[in-house]
Design a protein around this ligand. Structure first.
Ligand code: RIB
Length: 296
């Protein structure tokens, strides 16, 4: 069984600020840093660091060598990464003194994916392989349709949520990875239990992993509903916390560990990532997670 993550790769330009800037306001930043990120890249690195075999597919621009390098260095297979003309995806990220962030995203090379490229990538995968997607590349409806025809299992993190998601056939998704905001955007419901009930109603064959910030996370499958607390740490930068959770959960779950065990491992990995700056570089190794003594 192989894991294909067809996803974004971004250069994150990170500014540390006192507070997230308000409309009309100008504020000095304390520092600037450039990190490799993108929800796709972060989740591929998390999967690989957790020990899963992962192939990343996607596009970088002429300035994207560092994105390719960090994936390779972390053991991600990069055979399906194409270099195209123009800029890679990039972001402007403000991180405030409490570690909270605010992100402006420019899609760049992530958003010029062609159907021919999709067909070529998918021709290397088969029934039973896993496809992981986020919402930072174009052609998602086509990728979901074609992967589903092959018989791949589809894991979808519809983040950042926008109206294009409604063009995807979400009934083909095996497992959603969402937070409360995305849960509300998909279902129109605000309370976690209502979000889960409505998702079961809309997509009865799909499992859901719902993250709830400081309230932890809850996973709903056909057979069980499990809850997990957060691990307590002092946040430095929350960027990629959700991506770390997603990658570690999937790696553990596909190894055959239980939902509960996989949630605990993912929650711990995610907590460690928020104690470190940056996106991709903040993701811990499996050993660091398993050796860590942080508690719920
Ligand atoms: O989830 C965090 C990621 O979102 C950042 O790395 C940034 O690139 C944005 O895509």
């Amino acid at each position: 069984m192989k894991i294909l993550n067809f996803g974004s790769m971004n250069i994150d330009n990170v500014y540390n600020v006192d507070h997230i800037i308000a409309p009309g306001e100008t504020e000095n930043s304390y520092s600037i840093a450039h990190h490799c990120g993108g929800k796709g890249l972060n989740q591929s690195i998390a999967l690989a660091k957790a020990g899963a075999p992962v192939w990343h597919a996607g596009q970088i621009g002429e300035d994207g060598k560092a994105l390719l390098d960090i994936l390779t260095e972390n053991g991600v297979h990069t055979d399906f990464i194409r270099k195209v003309d123009g800029h890679s995806g990039h972001t402007i990220i403000q991180v405030d003194k409490n570690g909270q962030n605010s992100i402006i995203l420019f899609g760049g090379a992530n958003r010029s994916i062609t159907r021919d490229f999709v067909d070529d990538v998918l021709s290397h995968f088969e029934k039973g392989d896993v496809l992981l997607l986020q919402n930072e590349i174009n052609e998602l409806p086509y990728i979901i349709e074609k992967a589903s025809e092959i018989g791949m299992r589809i894991f979808f993190n519809p983040s950042p949520y926008d109206n294009l998601i409604s063009e995807c056939d979400l009934s083909r998704v095996d497992m959603f990875f969402i937070n409360e905001v995305e849960g509300y955007q998909i279902t129109g419901k605000k309370e976690p239990d209502e979000i889960l009930a409505e998702l079961k109603n809309l997509y009865p064959n799909s499992s859901v992993l719902l993250t709830l910030g400081s309230e932890g996370s809850v996973c709903q499958t056909a057979d069980e509903t499990c809850r997990q607390n957060i691990y307590k740490v002092k946040p430095v930068d929350t960027t990629a916390a959700g991506d770390t959770y997603t990658g570690f959960f999937i790696a553990s779950f596909l190894e055959g560990r239980s939902i509960k065990e996989s949630m605990a491992l993912a929650s711990k990995a995610s907590a460690i990532s928020v104690t470190r700056e940056g996106a991709g570089p903040s993701i811990p190794t499996r050993k660091e997670v398993e050796d860590s003594t942080i508690t719920e």
